[in-house]
Design a protein around this ligand. Structure first.
Ligand code: DHB
Ligand code: FE
Length: 283
């Protein structure tokens, strides 16, 4: 049976792709951000996952406003990165773990999640940048050392699923992974958030106290966030801060075991975003 080694939750911002392409890791603006990933990379070097379930949100690349699934699961053998524009080269395509994809699809549907199954999908910065930050040598080699299963949660077009529902989605992902008849080591990545708002009157809004409390809660009190409605969360974290739902789902996937915080980092801002990084492992 497959085994979940832990989770890495991280913010994502297209500008990180620009910084990687221009090798700005040592630039004073970027250094505190990039340096934080060193500890996560060391941990990955020891834990050596084979497959990554990436819980992320699409930003209009696969699903636009006319067709918007609440939850979508990739079941493709390859996920090509379509870049964010700005003339930067696309990152390497990710290899899909089709067998785990279908097992997740079957488990989620049996658990009454009405998902969209995608036998073809592109990936944007929400999938490619965590891979590039965590396996920079893969960026140089043009391939990543893991296979992936992208799991997409709609945070682009209201109504969004509640935090409680996203947590249950994570619990169902855990049931799927732990019942997968394979001995590979699985990492959960959450990609999104934390507080940010890209447009409107509150553009640039960041709520550091709330972000830090949320990150703390994920260690020992993982359903703390479910006291808030999505309207509350948008008010507290900005219109795009709702991307923190990815972190909630990832935590749901570690639900059954006590967890330990291996590494946490918070830095504001990168572009318009409060960037968080949290590595959790079974205690
Ligand atoms: C930014 C943040 C995001 O999460 C995103 O998807 C796009 C842009 C930003 O802060 O620039
Ligand atoms: Fe985003």
């Amino acid at each position: 049976m497959a085994h979940i080694i832990g989770s890495i939750s991280t913010s994502h911002v297209p500008a990180i792709g620009g910084a990687l392409a221009r090798q700005k890791q040592q630039d004073p603006y970027w250094k505190p951000f990039f340096d934080a990933y060193g500890k996560a990379r060391e941990w990955l070097g020891r834990e050596r996952p084979d497959v990554v379930v990436v819980v992320h949100n699409d930003h209009g690349l696969n699903f636009f406003l006319d067709k918007m699934p609440t939850f979508a699961v990739g079941a493709a053998d390859v996920y090509r990165n379509a870049d964010e524009g700005w003339g930067i080269p696309p990152l390497a395509a990710a290899r899909g773990c089709v067998d785990l994809s279908w097992h997740i699809v079957e488990t989620l549907v049996a658990d009454e999640f009405d998902i969209t199954t995608c036998q073809e999908a592109l990936v944007d910065h929400s999938v490619s940048l965590p891979l590039a930050l965590l396996w920079p040598e893969g960026k140089e080699a043009g391939e990543w050392p893991v296979e992936i299963v992208p799991v997409c949660i709609n945070t682009v077009l209201a109504p969004y699923p509640s935090a409680a529902r996203c947590y249950r989605l994570g619990q169902s992902l855990r049931r799927a992974i732990e019942s997968w008849d394979d001995d590979r080591r699985v990492l959960i990545i959450a990609s999104g958030g934390l507080s940010h708002q890209l447009d409107g009157e509150r553009a640039g809004f960041i709520n550091k106290p709330f972000d830090l409390q949320f990150m703390d809660s994920l260690v020992d009190d993982p359903t703390w966030i479910t006291q808030y409605s999505n309207e509350d969360l948008v008010e507290l974290t900005g219109t795009q801060g709702i991307e923190l739902l990815m972190w909630v789902a990832a935590r749901g996937a570690l639900d059954d075991t006590p967890v330990r915080q291996h590494h946490a980092h918070y830095h504001v801002p990168i572009s318009n975003t409060a960037t968080g990084l949290l590595v959790l492992e079974p205690a």
